[in-house]
Design a binder for this molecule. Structure first.
Ligand SMILES: Cc1cc2nc3c(=O)[nH]c(=O)nc-3n(C[C@H](O)[C@H](O)[C@H](O)COP(=O)(O)OP(=O)(O)OC[C@H]3O[C@@H](n4cnc5c(N)ncnc54)[C@H](O)[C@@H]3O)c2cc1C
Length: 213
């Protein structure tokens, strides 16, 4: 485990679950569908779910020009959180119930991407994050691009926190009869369903079905 990249990113509670390795952080980001993005707005803090993508140095977000959260966050410090629930940890007493999880928190200043080719590159990264499809549909037009705001936040200040394994119960309860264990949780992509009004003749793209279960 490397050191936390900054004092504010250092996991204090449950520090043994912290991981600051880029590979760990990237793996958690790459297997997540959405991020929760927190910003300070003129009328108070706001956290919203959003699609995202990343490269080696930045995480990217996009929204319509009218998007309040993205407009508020541009040029400001924002916080992006990604989390997976891997299991419900059922302890011998509900007091010690927990969850197995993998999460990442990224803190940094959001910058607007205005250069057209950079904007398109970021939009492709976001679009292909879960399922590769940028090159499979009608190309994004200049009008589409201009209607979209894209921001980046550096991955430099990021931490991961991971819990796995069995419940941790009190010593005096260990011989008790109460069931203890883990209920696994997973998110899977199902079989694609063709739109009722689809009139083309193309099969479902391979990248829509060739995903890990
Ligand atoms: C899985 C998922 C992925 C999404 N991905 C994107 C994305 O990539 N880009 C994007 O622009 N938007 C995305 N959205 C929608 C996003 O959460 C916001 O609704 C949207 O960006 C509008 O933001 P705004 O700040 O302009 O909202 P406004 O309409 O200005 O928000 C006003 C108020 O509406 C409520 N509100 C807004 N959004 C939500 C919400 N999602 N759920 C419940 N209440 C809400 C809040 O109380 C908020 O204060 C996604 C939503 C989900 C659930």
């Amino acid at each position: 485990m490397t050191e936390a990249p900054s004092p504010r990113t250092k996991v204090r509670r449950g520090a043994e679950r912290a991981d600051y390795e880029h590979d760990t952080i990237n793996a958690i980001l790459d297997s997540a569908m959405i991020a929760h993005v927190g910003v300070q707005t003129a009328d108070g803090p706001l956290v919203l779910p959003m699609a995202f993508g990343r490269d080696d140095t930045n995480l990217y977000l996009h929204g319509a020009l009218a998007n309040h959260l993205i407009a508020s966050g541009t040029g400001q410090q924002i916080c992006v959180t990604v989390s997976h629930v891997d299991g419900l940890v059922m302890a011998r007493t509900p007091f010690h119930n927990s969850m197995n999880y993998r999460s990442v928190v990224i803190r940094g200043e959001a910058a607007r991407i205005e250069e057209p080719s950079e904007q398109l590159r970021a939009l492709k990264i976001i679009t292909d994050h879960v399922v590769t499809n940028w090159d499979l549909g009608r190309p994004v037009s200049e009008k589409d691009r201009k209607l979209t705001r894209v921001i980046s936040v550096p991955l430099a200040e990021a931490s991961a926190k991971i819990r796995s394994g069995d419940p941790i119960d009190d010593e005096e309860d260990m011989a008790g009869p109460w069931w203890a264990g883990v209920i696994p949780v997973s998110t899977v992509l199902g079989e694609p369903r063709t739109a009722a009004d689809y009139s083309g003749d193309r099969p479902v793209p391979d990248s829509f079905t060739a995903h890990p279960g």
